[in-house]
Ligand binder design. Structure first.
Ligand code: NAD
Length: 487
């Protein structure tokens, strides 16, 4: 049974509902996770609040020493962690390793917090008066994570939050609780004082308790847009600082001057990698001019050739989706798109993965001639499904990019600098890829997002995270005139 971690202790929760967690490839039950209560969340916040009093006074150069230790432990345990991610989340081992590299990168960047959280000052803003700005930690901060990157997403926030002197309560996704158990064991091994990082497992009840808790000063959320909107409005209503990253429906535009073979390869990796369960997955390819048919043929070939199976097996390029419910939802959306007029050019419904009959597999699917009037064209499918749509000009393609309700990422494939520059300027999204299918920002850049994909002001990662997890305090100091040299 999964345990909570509160005030430096592993706590087995009592008398709460539990949820079985399954390996999505094999159907094997991996264990059970508690759906903790609001009272359990409250105990974790109390522990975090108590730890904050001392932690905020630990010099920042000492605070980051725990991150240096954590980086070493993450490197040492990378393979074991990756196998755990694959077992509970379904992605391939290479994808799990890749996500952990991103987690480590965030720990490395947060090791620079002694410089990143520096303030600034001005001497003699008037005679004998100095003004300084210092950054101070906020207090107890909460992190609420989705299922699809259990090893990476908490690290968009956690290392920055604690390096800045805050204490945190993390609520992992109840669908994938094992990775955070392992990560917390490694954090414990760094010798970090009890209460600085706490983990409370659960679902909606814990989230709502976080949003209403008077002692929590800031909330970092990643998940679907429906829940992101709820978290943003309810947490902000109780005066918290909030950053909420939501869902996506990412368009990719392919121009006739693109390198077709490489574009098809990259778009296939973007659309079908992680079984399409990532917020930067391409899900709508808009072809321009005479590239439509050749691109459809090339991407269809890549989709059909993708080896689907258990992510721990050699040679597998795509794993299952997270649950049977998710597989059924994806298949239903494909059927709806076909009923609305799309052609399932490559059809991944009801695949026969004979070695894993209990797995939740959907093979790569390409929906040609997707009518944009279909509700599916605007719906986040969150599975390995790429829709194709054709237009005549780049301007029409950009207009379509900007019509969508989401604004997480848009990519352009071209060899023209002028077209790339126009796209970079005009696409109303948070992350832009030029000849790149998954424009995931490095840890020293903000993980952006716009419109229906992001609610808040400051993003995760890098300088944005430092600003989010600190409060600016401005001090104006007057000193005796006699101490100021006069000319
Ligand atoms: P989700 O919204 O179902 O769950 C996210 C978190 O919210 C979980 O911890 C869950 O326990 C909690 N939650 C779920 N329903 C809730 C409710 N009604 N009230 C309160 N809390 C609730 O998301 P998911 O299915 O775990 O993850 C997939 C989604 O996350 C996709 O939409 C994907 O695009 C998005 N995502 C976005 C980014 C990004 O950077 N923008 C990154 C990763 C995932």
């Amino acid at each position: 049974m999964i345990a909570n971690y509160v005030g430096g202790q592993w706590i087995k929760t009592q008398g709460v509902e539990v949820l079985a967690v399954f390996n999505p490839a094999t159907g094997e039950e991996l264990g059970r996770t508690p759906l903790s209560s609001g009272a359990e969340l409250d105990a974790a916040v109390t522990a975090a609040g108590a730890a904050f009093r001392d932690w905020r006074r630990v010099p920042v150069v000492e605070r980051v020493q725990y991150l240096f230790k954590l980086k070493a432990l993450l490197e040492e345990q990378l393979d074991a962690l990756a196998a755990t991610i694959t077992r509970e989340c379904g992605k391939t081992l290479a994808e799990s390793r890749g996500e952990l590299r991103r987690a480590i990168e965030n720990v490395e960047v947060a090791c620079g917090t002694p410089i990143l959280m520096q303030g600034y000052n001005s001497e003699d803003i008037a005679v004998g008066i100095d003004e300084i700005m210092i950054r101070q930690p906020l207090g107890v901060c909460a992190i609420i994570a989705p299922f699809n990157f259990p090893g990476m997403i908490p690290f968009w926030f956690l290392p920055y939050a604690i390096a800045c002197g805050n204490t945190v309560v993390i609520k992992p996704s109840e669908k994938v609780p094992f990775t955070m158990q392992m990560l917390m064991q490694l954090i414990e091994r760094t010798g970090l004082p009890g209460g600085v990082v706490n983990v409370v497992n659960g679902g909606r009840e814990v989230v709502d308790a976080i949003l209403d808790h008077p002692q929590i000063r800031a909330v970092s959320f990643v998940g679907s847009s429906t829940v992101a909107r709820h978290v943003y409005s309810r947490a902000a209503a109780s005066g918290k600082r909030v950053q909420c990253q939501g869902g996506a429906k990412n368009p990719v535009v392919v121009l006739p001057d693109a390198d077709l073979e490489s574009a098809a390869e990259i778009v296939a990796d973007s659309a079908f990698g992680c079984a399409g369960q990532r917020c930067l997955a391409s899900s709508l390819a808009i072809t321009v001019g005479d590239v439509g048919r050749p691109f459809a043929d090339a991407i269809g070939e890549k989709a059909s050739a993708r080896v689907t199976g258990y992510g721990l097996d050699d040679g597998v390029q795509m794993g299952p989706v997270i649950s049977g419910e998710s597989a059924a939802r994806i298949e239903q959306l494909i059927t709806q798109a076909v009923n609305d007029g799309a052609r399932a050019f490559v059809d991944g419904r009801r695949p026969d993965i004979s070695a894993y009959p209990n797995g939740h597999f959907v093979r790569p699917t390409v929906l040609d001639r997707m009518p944009l009037s279909s509700a599916v064209a605007q719906t986040e499918i969150f599975g390995p499904v790429l829709s194709l749509h054709h237009v005549d000009t780049l301007e029409q393609a950009i207009a379509l990019v900007n019509e969508g309700v989401y604004g997480n990422q848009a990519s352009l494939f071209t060899s023209s600098g002028a077209n790339a520059r126009q796209f970079r300027c005009d696409a109303e999204v948070g992350n832009v890829g030029i000849n790149v299918g998954v424009a995931a920002p490095m840890a020293f850049f903000p993980f952006s997002g716009a419109r229906g994909s992001f609610f808040g002001d400051l993003h995760g990662q890098g300088r944005d995270a430092i600003e989010f997890f600190t409060q600016e305090k401005v001090v104006v100091e007057r000193w005796p005139r006699a101490w100021t040299r006069r000319f």
